[in-house]
Design a binder for this molecule. Sequence first.
Ligand code: ATP
Ligand code: MG
Length: 384
Amino acid sequence: MADTTIWIKIETKKADLRKKLDEIIHSIEGMKVQMPQDTRQDTLLIFEMGDDIDNEFQHIRSLLNSDEVAEVFLISKNSDPAVLMQAIKIGAKEFFLLPLKEEEVQQALEKFKEKWEKINRKKSPQLGKIITIFGCKGGVGATTVAVNLGVNLAQKESVKSVALIDMNMMFGEIPLFLELDPGYHWGEIVKNISRLDSTFLMNILAKHSSGVHVLPSPATLSDSRSAIPDMMSHLIGFMQKLFDFVIIDAGQFVDEISLKIMELSDNILLISLLSLPCISNANKILQSISELKTFPEERVKIVINRYLSKSDIPLDDAEESLHKKTFWTIPNDYSTTVSAINNGTPLYMAAPRAQITRSLNDLADTFVEKEENQKKWWQILTKH
Ligand SMILES: Nc1ncnc2c1ncn2[C@@H]1O[C@H](COP(=O)(O)OP(=O)(O)OP(=O)(O)O)[C@@H](O)[C@H]1O
Ligand SMILES: [Mg+2]
């Protein structure tokens, strides 16, 4: 597992200032101070300016230009606006005046950490993508989309591993959709969260022939109740390190756990039908997300399931009401989906040539690299 520590270098001649900065940095999880003799590349330099301003600015500029440090925070006793302007010009991200206000530094470090983790998450091959499937109402097809998106992703050449998590508390249906008889569920993990390691987790997951690993939901209320947002977030964060994709069937209930999961997700597919109650619910969900501001609303993508080109509510009207474009439409095909569900088979195996199967395969393609070749899909088509 890669070291995700954010290493920070402090350059100051004042021992008391170094001590104070050291304390602030160590109070933030995941941040550590680099020893002066340590030569590894640091992510952030906190630099206290002295009296040789021109030379110091030149030094900082060359560090930033050579990418030796990603960002620089400056500390100075000099409140001259010209110095501040110069600091901004050379690219310093923060400028703190002495005496140091601890809170200001702490906030700036937290902001830096958030940004750094976001960038690293995008770059890091170790962290998989989390895609949450959320139904804006019961029965709209959330599980159908989650299961088929998961198994379709697992067929892609560039995807090595996919996990499917069922968050439908007592009423999880993923095992039925995939004819699995799992022995364990995530309730067991959250009860033993301190024991969570890859061996324990991989032993608990049920493996489907498509290659997807399934983590079902507990079948009883008492087991479901052991979940709290922090534990689920720990579990999902852990799974993200082991799988290229973590697909979560989040059902349709907005609660603290589902909000936490959405917060962790790279994308949220909001499954809706072109019906008045669904559009109305989708509207409420989008509005709540934009009010809560815990994650950007752009992460939410509207997927219209059971789409018929001639419907009472045209797609344009729905989009106008939601103030959002539709990301995907999935054609209406009840007999194919229900037969696949009743046989416990994903669509790519049950009906590889059906339009709905194609649509769900193309949906999976939107989450993998463009150069993904379609060879495997053709192998599947000719096999089934
Ligand atoms: N594109 C589709 N066309 C026609 N029927 C569909 C489509 N997608 C799903 N269905 C049908 O809708 C029903 C509900 O699907 P599914 O169980 O996936 O929905 P859900 O949102 O997970 O429901 P629940 O709220 O019970 O968890 C199933 O009978 C399924 O066959
Ligand atoms: Mg469901």
